[in-house]
Structure formats: structure tokens, C-alpha cells
Design a protein around this ligand. Structure first.
Ligand SMILES: [Zn+2]
Length: 109
């Protein structure tokens, strides 16, 4: 099964984004990042269920694509990455909090 969506990005013409679930699960996007085989924000947005920039495509197709993504091997890698995204955000907050604390003590404020 293959699902194609057109997503409005920064260019005048929408980007073509495809999820292919024929053999595992794969995605592609025609934006500059996608053309360079980078994981672009368009693919991530759709995987997160954000349909707001889709100009052509069916929400029902995205639901089916997400279902197939969830059952694929890719999902565990996505989940692991998301776990680190959350951990990184926590560490960034702890770093900022502790820098403020250090500044208060070191600078006598
Ligand atoms: Zn893209």
C-alpha cells in the first residue's frame, strides 16, 4: 500500500510526501531535505498526526498509514528516538535551572 499527500511547505508548490507500506515501512518527501534523504519536518509532522498543512490527501489514508507504521519495525526506532528527545528536553531544563542556581551563588544575586 502506498499513500501520497501533498504538503504545503515554504515553497510555492506543495511537496509530495509518500508513505510506502509494501515492504516494511518507508517514507519520502520532495522537499530539499527529503531529496537529500534527510528526515524532514513534513514526514515527522504527518507521523505525529498533524494534517494542518496537507493540501491534497485523505485523513483516513493517514490513519491507515499510521496504523501500518505502528505495526512496522520502524516504529520501535521512532519510539526510541522520541524517548531521547524527551530525555534531552529534561536535561536541557536541568542544565538551565542549574546554571541559574550557579549564577545566583557565584554572582551573589
Ligand atoms: Zn519534507
Amino acid at each position: 500500500m502506498e499513500f501520497t499527500f501533498y504538503v504545503q511547505g515554504s515553497a510555492a508548490e506543495p511537496y509530495e510526501l509518500t508513505f510506502n507500506a509494501n515492504d516494511g515501512f518507508a517514507a519520502s518527501c520532495s522537499c530539499p531535505a527529503g531529496e537529500n534523504r534527510m528526515l524532514c519536518k513534513h514526514i515527522l509532522s504527518l507521523l505525529e498526526g498533524d494534517f494542518s498543512n496537507v493540501t491534497i490527501g485523505e485523513p483516513a489514508d493517514l490513519s491507515i498509514a499510521y496504523e501500518l507504521f505502528s505495526k512496522s519495525e520502524v516504529k520501535s526506532h521512532y519510539d526510541e528516538w522520541q524517548k531521547y528527545v524527551v530525555e534531552l528536553a529534561t536535561l536541557q531544563k536541568m542544565t538551565a535551572d542549574n546554571k541559574r542556581k550557579l549564577a545566583r551563588i557565584l554572582l551573589g544575586r
